[in-house]
Structure formats: structure tokens, C-alpha cells
Design a protein around this ligand. Structure first.
Ligand code: NA7
Length: 294
């Protein structure tokens, strides 16, 4: 397939690489020039990348970035053609997604929202899980590309339902991780060994994928970004906004958002979101340690 891939950040670069590796004809564009993808052409603007493409796949930071890439100066909009699909793997507002889809629909262009989960490692290994909203027939057409980048697709409903579901998923990750970080901090302060606590967690119903994934990084004090705190913070804000629009109250997430705000004030925004732990540690005057820690 002829694919334009826009946005070569932590996730996008690996995703575009995997699409090119699978033999598709890929043209990439990134806001900051200089990024290359093996086997892909480079375009100077989103409009140029999208020229003649069957699919325009995006993976940029947030709602504003998607709006600029599609509808801004030299945006994809200039190159829309009947039958094109815009697939968006950025995590953005469900309401804005609907608005964008309505704006391109008169030109015969379908919008598929395809945020994903699986982090940096899933993007690298082509094992992402896509959470998708859109027409079934359009999703069917995208299957070879989904297969190049991921291992599973969940269609959650029509356009925007992928984004809505992604927010509901990240809500859980943020709240579960916060519970884990608070438990580690308190246990450490009370003199409990963190590794023993982890063994207990794993043997009981308290275990979770979030804990399993994050525990080794925490024990190694490795807060390099798998999923940067600033992006999880963005998702928490999006979730609170989406909840407000439908008059749903999320008290736990509201509190977690305050912690992200303070972690950002502490300068941790470019670290992994697991670095929210360091704020709790600072307040408690302890540091969670494992045997593998230095
Ligand atoms: P990164 O590594 O922060 O990458 C973000 C990408 O988005 C990167 O290519 C940026 O270009 C691009 N970007 C950011 N703002 C803009 C604007 N205004 N216009 C065009 N392009 C922009 O994020 P990830 O790859 O980890 O995540 C991407 C999405 O997937 C995000 O929604 C996550 O929540 C899930 P740059 O190189 O900075 O010029």
C-alpha cells in the first residue's frame, strides 16, 4: 500500500519502520526535520507526504498537533482524495476526532482512530494492541498495516470510539500505578522490603499487568521514558475533559492529575510516568529499593 506516515516520535518512528519493513511504499514526514526511516522516502510537508497516498497514518503528540498536521499550513487536507483513509494513532480528544472526521468526509475520506497500547517496546517489536474506531470496511482495508505494527486490533465501534476507549484504558493505568506507587512508598517507610512485597503482589489478586511491567524499572531506578509523564498527563487531562463533557465525575483521576501537575513542577515531565513515585518518596523521605538497585 502507498502510505504516508506523519510523526516520527518514540512510537511513530518504530511504527513507520515496521510498515516499511513489511514492504509497503512509505513516505514519512516529521515536524522537526532530520529523522529518517529505513526503506522510506522523506517528504518536506504533510501535504507532500499525503500526495497520492492510499492511507495517511499519524502518530503525533496531541489534539492540536493532529489539527495542524491535517488542517494547518501545508496540511494533509490539500492532498485529500476520494477513497483515502486517515488513520490516527495519536491519543487525542474523542470529540475533536468526530469533528475532524466530519470535516474530511465530504471529500470521500474516512477517518479511523487507532490509538494503541504496548509502549515503546511494543512499537519496536511490532506487537502493539490497537484500539480502533471506524467503519468495518475501512478497518478491513487497513489490516495489512495493522499486522505490520501490531498483534491485535479491537474495534470498539464507529469513529471516535477508539479514542474514548483509550482514555478509559489510560485512566486505569494511571490510577493503578498510583496505587502501586503509594503502596511501595508506605511499605518502604514502614520498613517492608520492596522485593518481598512484589513477590506477595504477584502471588495474590493484587497483581496486575501495570505492576508487572513497571516493577523491574522501579527496582532499577530506571525512569527513562517508555511512556513519558507529559503524555500520560496529557491523556489524564483529555480524560477529565471528556468526562466533564458528559457530566461524569472521576475523583480518583482528579487527584492523580494533581500529582502529575506537581511532578511536572519538579521537572519530571520528560521521564517515564513511573517517576511520579519520586514525588511520593520525596514527601515520605524514603527511596524504594530492590536488590538490583545501585
Ligand atoms: P513523542 O515521542 O513525544 O513524539 C511526538 C511526535 O509528535 C513527534 O514526531 C513530534 O514532532 C510530533 N509533534 C508534536 N507536536 C506537533 C505539532 N504541533 N505538529 C506536528 N507534529 C508535532 O510521542 P510518542 O511517539 O511517544 O507518542 C505519540 C502519540 O501516541 C501520543 O499521542 C501518545 O499519547 C500516543 P517533533 O519531532 O517534536 O518535531
Amino acid at each position: 500500500m502507498r502510505v504516508a506516515f506523519l510523526g516520527l516520535g518514540i512510537m511513530g518512528h518504530s511504527m513507520a519502520t515496521n510498515v516499511a519493513k513489511a514492504g509497503h511504499e512509505v513516505t514519512v514526514w516529521n515536524r522537526t526535520p532530520g529523522k529518517v526511516v529505513e526503506g522510506a522516502n522523506i517528504a518536506p510537508t504533510p501535504a507532500a507526504a499525503a500526495q497520492g497516498a492510499e492511507v495517511v497514518w499519524m502518530c503525533v503528540s496531541d489534539t492540536d498537533a493532529v489539527e495542524k498536521v491535517v488542517f494547518g499550513h501545508d496540511g494533509v487536507e490539500q492532498s485529500l482524495t476520494e477513497g483515502m483513509i486517515i488513520a490516527d494513532s495519536s491519543t487525542i480528544s474523542p470529540a475533536a476526532t468526530l469533528k475532524f472526521a466530519e470535516r474530511v468526509a465530504p471529500q470521500g475520506v474516512a477517518w479511523v482512530d487507532a490509538p494503541m497500547t504496548g509502549s515503546k517496546i511494543g512499537a519496536r517489536d511490532g506487537t502493539l494492541v490497537f484500539i480502533v474506531g471506524g467503519e468495518e470496511s475501512q478497518i478491513e482495508r487497513l489490516k495489512p498495516l495493522f499486522a505490520a505494527m501490531g498483534k491485535k486490533i479491537f474495534r470498539m465501534g464507529e469513529t471516535s470510539k477508539g479514542q474514548a476507549t483509550k482514555l478509559a484504558m489510560n485512566l486505569q493505568i494511571a490510577v493503578i500505578f498510583e496505587g502501586f506507587a503509594e503502596a511501595l512508598t508506605l511499605a518502604t517507610k514502614l520498613g517492608v522490603d520492596a522485593e518481598k512485597l512484589l513477590q506477595l503482589i504477584e502471588a495474590t489478586m493484587v497483581r496486575s499487568g501495570v505492576v508487572e511491567y513497571k516493577a523491574p524499572f522501579i527496582l532499577n531506578r530506571d525512569f527513562t521514558p517508555n511512556f513519558p509523564l507529559r503524555l500520560m498527563h496529557k491523556d489524564i487531562r483529555l480524560t477529565l475533559e471528556a468526562a466533564k463533557e458528559v457530566r461524569v465525575k472521576l475523583p480518583a483521576l482528579e487527584t492523580v492529575e494533581e500529582i502529575y501537575e506537581m511532578a511536572t513542577e519538579d521537572g519530571n515531565q520528560d521521564l517515564d510516568y513511573a517517576a511520579t513515585l519520586t514525588l511520593l518518596e520525596k514527601w515520605a523521605g524514603v527511596q524504594v529499593k530492590g536488590k538490583v538497585a545501585a
